[in-house]
Write a protein that binds this ligand. Structure first.
Ligand code: ZN
Length: 495
């Protein structure tokens, strides 16, 4: 078992090209054109929440804002294989808002299809994105080889992976970290870009494109307030054209106090009774936030004697990146991490890297906390821990993120008395808690504030599901007296 791999880390450190299909140009029915010579094409995260990708043609440059994967079910992920609605060879640069795969996950595909420009983002985003893309390529290659074996038995051939590790390496070479938030990045003699802290995950940004005639602001994903580690979203600059995410445009979040109480109750119920408490979590941001909350409980003497296992190689690698970039943390986080022990290095915490180390956890003593992916129990090491613990009455599962319909996590949250794991029926006897206070996304009041501050001439809603987009558009209309435009997939706006 690795005690703590982070303690010593402080230093920095031919496929056929597919023919692009031009979308039908749709004119935005704006009463007054800005005359700013801005053309926007929505190539993803329009009328949906994944696949974030917007083409901005401005003052002779073609710039992509994000290039994310479509995720969630086969219909959506099949869209990843479609040609881009532009020629990747003609894109001058990609400006990447943050490292989540629904924003960065098609970058290796873009490179495979001819993109050779630069990918600009913050330093933590560059480091985390490379980890996430390598993990994505690994999963896709595994799935492709599984499909190939099955297809072979039918005498057929299967589709190759969307991209492989070579594509990821070529893509990784194109990353160019920016100097930091608030600094101007000159893309041409007429255009510069400025990244503003979006407070969503470490290194996340809202991106401002500035020209002598006006500016375009893209929110990326905006964060929630008072989250552990990351800062609150910074106030946006005033902007002429704004693309804003709408994920929770119709919702208000629960407070973090409820979440801390859920943690305490789950721990006090399970650990003293020799049960294991499983926390399924995403490797990026949520895992680090969970460590932060557990550290605070431990420091305050509210954690019974136990071990905490972070059982996820990807979460461990991501935590390493966090540990290198404390200057991106909020004030409270910086103060906490300036000394030892801290949330990434305190007595009960163990990092479990190898498969053998992972197996050892269930052979060791009980009464421990196990943090593992995936967050919705759709794969990863958490599945093994569920098989070992779900049927055990003394054990517990603490969910700290949204559980999508159709996932194993959702079935457990909804109270299934049996679930199928690796072909075996397992009784669900352990207690289940859901701590809903964690959210990396701004809710409606935060989004409305942000929009008011940006005060745009043209407001365009992206990154939302249909009913949320419509509800949010109506709320903005009653709040600000004008209706925003809801971006449509493939649509081009001439502003
Ligand atoms: Zn995100």
């Amino acid at each position: 078992m690795i005690r703590n791999p982070l303690r010593s880390i402080k230093a920095s450190t031919h496929r056929p090209w597919q023919t692009p299909v031009a979308p039908d140009a749709v004119r935005y029915d704006c009463r007054e054109r800005t005359g700013r010579d801005v053309k926007l094409t929505f190539c993803g995260a329009a009328e949906t929440v994944t696949g974030s990708c917007h083409l901005v043609e401005i003052s002779g440059l073609k710039i992509l804002l994000d290039c994310g994967l479509f995720q969630g079910g086969r219909d959506r992920s099949d869209r990843n294989r479609e040609p881009f609605p532009f020629d990747p060879r003609e894109i001058d640069a990609v400006l990447l808002s943050h490292a989540h795969l629904d924003h960065a996950g098609r970058l290796p595909l873009l490179v495979q299809r001819g993109f050779a420009g630069r990918i600009y983002c913050t330093t933590p985003t560059a480091e985390i994105a490379k980890l996430m893309l390598a993990d994505s390529a690994h999963l896709q290659m595994e799935e492709a080889s599984y499909r190939a074996r099955k297809a072979k038995r039918r005498g057929e051939t299967a589709e190759p992976p969307l991209y492989d590790m070579d594509d990821v390496l070529r893509c990784a070479a194109l990353f160019r970290p920016i100097n930091g938030y608030g600094e101007d990045l000159h893309l041409s003699d007429r255009i510069s870009a400025t990244f503003h802290d979006a407070g969503h995950i470490l290194g996340s940004a809202a991106i401002e494109l500035k020209t002598p005639d006006g500016n375009v602001l893209f929110s990326g994903d905006l964060g929630n307030r008072h989250q552990p580690i990351v800062r609150d979203p910074s106030a946006p600059p005033r902007a002429d054209v704004v693309l804003v995410e709408s994920t929770y445009g119709n919702r208000r979040h629960r407070s973090m106090e409820d979440t801390v109480s859920e943690f305490q109750e789950a721990i006090d119920t399970v650990i003293p009774n020799d049960g294991n408490l499983l926390i399924p979590t995403f490797a990026l941001e949520r895992a680090q936030e969970v460590l932060y909350e557990l550290f605070v409980l431990w420091r305050n003497g509210n954690l019974p004697r136990c071990r905490i296992y972070l059982d996820s190689p990807l979460a461990i690698s991501t935590t390493r990146v966090f540990a290198r970039h404390e200057n991106y943390f909020d004030e409270e986080g910086q103060a906490l991490f300036s000394s030892h022990p801290n949330p990434f290095d305190f007595t009960p915490l163990r990092y479990s890297q190898t498969t053998d180390e992972s197996k050892e956890i269930n052979r060791a003593s009980r009464g421990n906390i196990i943090i593992a992916g995936s967050g919705m129990c759709t794969g990863g090491r958490i599945i093994h821990h569920l098989r070992h613990n779900l049927w055990h009455e003394g054990s517990g599962i603490l969910f700290v993120g949204y559980q999508a319909v159709g996932t194993l996590g959702r079935r457990i949250v909804e109270g299934a008395d049996h679930v199928r794991i690796f072909g075996e029926e397992i009784r669900v006897a352990s207690r289940v808690w859901t701590a809903n206070g964690f959210s990396s996304h701004a809710d409606q009041p935060i989004l409305l504030d942000w929009i008011r501050q940006a005060d745009p001439e043209h407001l365009i809603l992206v990154h939302g599901e249909d009913d949320t987009l419509e509800a949010f558009a109506q709320i903005i209309e009653s709040d600000q007296g004008r209706r925003p435009h809801i971006a449509q997939h493939g649509e081009t706006l001439d502003l």
